[in-house]
Design a binder for this molecule. Sequence first.
Ligand code: FEO
Length: 177
Amino acid sequence: MINQKMQDGINGQIQAEMYSANLYLAMSAYCENKNLKGFANWLRVQYQEETFHATYLLDYLLSRGGKVRLQTIDAPPAEFGSMSDLFQKVLEHEQMVTGLINGLYEVAVAEKDVATQIFLQWYVNEQVEEEANVSEILDKLVLLGEKPSELLYLDKELALRVFVLPAVANTTKTKQA
Ligand code: FEO
């Protein structure tokens, strides 16, 4: 059975992942309004990934006999500026989430909760990948500039992203349902 401190930390992280999902959904809608459908698609897939991050934590908490306490999710902004501004915000947000995951991992170490340490390693790796992906897009935006032709080039590339349920989902209740 998971202890109270670890349980509180995981519930807090579920809330953070659900906020991330809403933030990216709001960003996706913002891009859709600007007819940048590829950018909108990339962010919609990101929304789906964040939703998985939240439910994967939730299922883990349940599997350890923990109590899920969903909390209030703050409303995300609705305006995000240029595409460079938007992706700069995504990068900063992901860096903040990396800090949260690292903090949660430190709680697991302090509480000598080995199972949670192993579980959280997936999130540690995921954050490395997320920050790298976002940095790559931001670098391209800076390199190419934001003239319509360059934006449309990148928009076509981002339209190709599809959501793939992580292989790790095979071990969760989500998959079995
Ligand atoms: Fe769930 Fe983008 O971190």
